[in-house]
Write a protein that binds this ligand. Structure first.
Ligand SMILES: [Zn+2]
Length: 370
């Protein structure tokens, strides 16, 4: 090969390399990992031939006078496909420090992270693989299916059992729970797709929590203030307004940043605790020893205890902060938080059912417009 050809080839390689630099960086990060090592190295070698062929065609094209830019673009496009297929087929879990910044969330989980998987297909296939998100995905996916099952059975009951308006407020609760668990499942499945997709689904995940809180309070207020129309209207409006405000905060970009974890936990906890106001109001209105009040309070406190415990563990990142690297796959704080959320949601459903049954045994309200 004469020296001029060398210069041309070098120039071409530089142009081509520039076009695929980003993808190559992703591969390099992945290949540094302890588990990825051999597997991805083999894939790199396998696809290196393809890349060299593309280089060769660009060089030939130049000699034959083809349009250099078109050839370089074609080569870059093909190289991109090769790299994408390689990542999809050969990815393995990686160390926290090998993740790009936008995927670094919990530095107490050391190994077992998914690398970026820039295709929805690969993200959904990862549901069936073992990594830090497996438990998060499955807990809320199964929880979501359980609530779809409960909602279906509940709404197939004959009308004699439960009145239509009662069924409708239960519907509000089921929708809130299913949206929350469904959005959470989706977020944990696709958050490694790309920074933009991860951010969008993270916001949806937060919105789901707001739907669950609003969906929990609306039927609770409906049964507690069954015969008190005005306070019921005021508190339902208050909850919906707070829900709307929380939705707006959730959609704010800074809210989803890692450093804002305690603030996030604080916003949702404050929103959830705002139910203390109607609770005190009802105690003063009907008496602290009122049967439905005591029933509703017991279930509400139990559900709140589960939610708050889960949220506190999530905010403090317990237990992994005490044993970094020991809870990478199972039993880390986010998974425990998910289980507590499902427990809280089921307890709340039991509470609502008992309140509804209690209402059925009482006589009609003398006036619901007080
Ligand atoms: Zn989650």
């Amino acid at each position: 090969m004469n020296p001029n050809e060398d210069v041309v080839l070098l120039g071409l390689r530089q142009r081509k390399n520039g076009a695929i630099t980003e993808e190559n960086e992703e591969i390099q990060r992945t290949t540094k990992d302890r588990e990825v090592g051999n597997e991805n190295k083999a894939l790199l070698e396998e696809h290196e031939d393809t890349l060299n062929e593309e280089m060769g065609s660009v060089f030939k094209g130049t000699v034959l006078g083809d349009d250099l830019t078109t050839l370089a673009q074609n080569a870059a496009f093909k190289a991109e496909n090769v790299v994408r297929k390689m990542i999809e087929a050969g990815w393995s879990v990686c160390h926290f420090h090998h993740l790009p910044k936008w995927l670094q969330d919990n530095d107490y989980l050391l190994f077992g992270h998914r690398p970026p998987l820039p295709s929805f297909d690969a993200c959904f296939k990862s549901i069936f693989r073992l990594h830090t998100e497996t438990g998060n995905i499955w807990t809320h996916m199964l929880g979501c299916l359980v609530f779809i099952g409960i909602a279906t059975c509940f709404h197939l009951r004959p009308h004699l059992d439960v009145q239509l308006p009662d069924k409708m407020v239960f519907g509000v609760y089921f929708i809130g729970a299913i949206i929350c668990l469904g959005f959470s499942t989706l977020f944990h499945t696709v958050n490694c797709h790309s920074e933009v997709i991860g951010r969008i689904f993270l916001k949806l995940d937060y919105c789901g929590i707001v739907f669950l809180i609003v969906g929990s309070y609306v039927p609770w207020l409906y049964f507690v203030f069954y015969c008190h129309f005005k306070p019921k209207l005021v508190y339902v409006t208050m909850m919906c307004t707070l829900g709307l405000m929380s939705l707006m905060v959730s959609l704010w970009d800074r809210f989803s940043e890692t450093d804002w974890r305690p603030f996030r936990a604080g916003v949702f906890t404050t929103f959830a605790l705002s139910g203390i106001i109607p609770t005190i109001h009802f105690g003063l209105l009907e008496g602290w020893l009122n049967a439905i009040f005591q029933k509703s309070l017991f279930w509400l406190l139990l559900a709140s205890f589960l939610y708050i415990t889960g949220t506190t563990l999530y905010a403090l990142r317990v237990p992994e902060r005490f044993y970094p690297g020991k809870f990478d796959i199972w039993l880390h704080s986010h998974q425990i938080f998910h289980v507590f959320v499902i427990g809280g949601a089921l307890v709340h459903y039991l509470g609502l059912s008992e309140m509804a049954m209690h209402r059925l045994t009482l006589s009609q309200c003398s006036s619901v417009f007080s």
